[in-house]
Design a protein around this ligand. Sequence first.
Ligand code: SF4
Ligand code: SF4
Ligand code: SF4
Length: 264
Amino acid sequence: MATTLEKGVLVDLTRCIGCRGCQVACKSWNECAARPTRLDGDFTNPKELNAECYTNVGFVEMEHEAMLERWFVKNQCMHCKDPACVSACPVGAFHKTSEGAVDYDAERCIGCRYCMVACPFNVPKYEWGSTSPTIRKCNFCADRLATGRPPACVKSCPTRSMFFGSIDEVTNEAERRLRENPGKYINHIYGRHEAGGTQWMYISPIPFEQLGFRTDVPPVKLPTLTWNMLGSIPVKAGAIVVGLSLIAAFRNRGASEHSQGKEK
Ligand code: SF4
Ligand code: SF4
Ligand code: SF4
């Protein structure tokens, strides 16, 4: 059950102007490396989240009454209240903090990628180009939340597209905006029920499926479904986990010795 300690964010899609300030702030705060990108066809750049990009802004164009309309959609981890990624990770690399963030310890990651399979929103990304790859994703700026500060992306937004507060405040604010602005929004708070509820929620002027949101995510807690699905994988999962854990331990020891060497 949600407590007042738990935080959330309401993304109001009528306010976003697509400036990507949130994208830049996220990269900066999390010290993610810059990668060459290119525009091909639309302005969404990069096209999808990746191991160095925990949030992006989707540009959605459509014709409406003979006019070209453009909508902007910020994407990141939804921070599910009952996260499938946490339940799927066999070594406990993922965890939910008391502020509601789904954080992770990359050093514990063994690279099995069960979290990628389990996530209904296609969020965790693998460091494919690294010699010691782990999983990466938005962690709700857990370090900032722990010290009472809003996420870097929220703080950077010039149009206040994101409302940050306790999960109760966020839910109440979403309901208030819908109630007090008839016709401005569709009657759907995305994330309120999807996947059993998420800490990040959205309100929108047009149906979410038109903006590329998954609308087939069931309104139930997903961890049970996750384990049913993983349990059906016809391999000796336990043996694989032990093997991958040994590889990860060896890899992390190497990385640790390397960083100690650098400090000397
Ligand atoms: S959106 Fe995916 S990665 Fe984020 S908490 Fe939910 S299951 Fe985990
Ligand atoms: S909450 Fe933090 S990690 Fe997540 S998208 Fe915003 S700035 Fe990036
Ligand atoms: S900073 Fe705010 S207005 Fe700019 S792209 Fe991000 S959410 Fe939209």
